[in-house]
Write a protein that binds this ligand. Structure first.
Ligand SMILES: C[S@@+](CC[C@H](N)C(=O)[O-])C[C@H]1O[C@@H](n2cnc3c(N)ncnc32)[C@H](O)[C@@H]1O
Length: 210
């Protein structure tokens, strides 16, 4: 297990992740706050009141819970993660009437095809050994008419990008080309593909046709 994966499985890291690590590290990487990431997640996923939402690699539920609060009626959000300490933290900090958490592997989602109206994965694909398999799984469980959204690292030619990909690579983090996800979405028959670049991260979303 590499350093990045070991860190995600540490109880101490799970405790500080939402309060300190996530706001600080993502702000340095993207210039964005967690509030902006949460709001944009709900916007790009185009949530309806009764949407069924899956948040893959949800960590301590810092985005899952916010998404669940946008729902009503039959809507609910499920957060899935590999790390028991992260899920324990999710239950402690981000429980609610419309959110539930599940331990599982992003590369083998335990759901039938087309189960969710919105599927997302933020800040995690660079940790997963076979990230494109995880994205294919997300597409498989997306219902016709549903929306998928992800954020992931992106290759950048600046000195900051170079240094961070060297440091990140040594710790087990991957860096993706800007075409990787738009091309995979297009090849998978998704439409209405949108991409934004913020610093070291790319934010990509798309829809599954009806
Ligand atoms: C940096 S956190 C991201 C948490 C949250 N999505 C966010 O945007 O802040 C990355 C999460 O990915 C999870 N993870 C890594 N590999 C995974 C896998 N194969 N399946 C499920 N979760 C995984 C880790 O346990 C960790 O909680």
């Amino acid at each position: 297990m590499n350093l990045a994966r070991r860190t995600m499985n540490s109880s101490a890291f799970a405790v500080v992740y939402e309060r300190a690590w996530r706001p600080a590290a993502f702000f340095v990487a993207t210039g964005r706050t967690m509030q902006a990431d949460r709001r944009d997640a709900a916007r790009t996923l185009r949530l309806g009141a009764g949407s069924k939402v899956l948040d893959v690699a949800c960590g301590p539920g810092n985005i899952t819970h916010y998404l669940s609060e946008q729902l009503s009626g039959d809507g609910y959000a499920v957060g899935l993660d590999f790390s028991t300490p992260m899920l324990r933290q999710a239950l402690a900090d981000n429980s609610g009437p419309r959110v539930g958490y599940l331990r599982g592997d992003a590369r083998q989602l335990p759901f039938p095809d087309g189960s969710f109206d919105a599927v997302c994965c933020f800040g995690a694909l660079y940790l997963i050994p076979d990230p494109l398999e995880a994205v294919r799984e997300m597409i498989r469980v997306l219902a016709p008419g549903g929306r998928i959204a992800l954020s992931a690292s992106q290759r950048t030619d600046t000195w900051f990008g170079f240094v961070s990909s060297m440091v990140g690579g040594a710790g087990g983090l991957r860096v993706f080309g800007v075409d990787t996800f738009p091309e995979l979405f297009a090849r998978s028959g998704l439409v209405d593909i949108d991409q934004e670049i913020h610093g070291l991260l790319q934010y990509v979303s798309a829809s599954r046709p009806q």
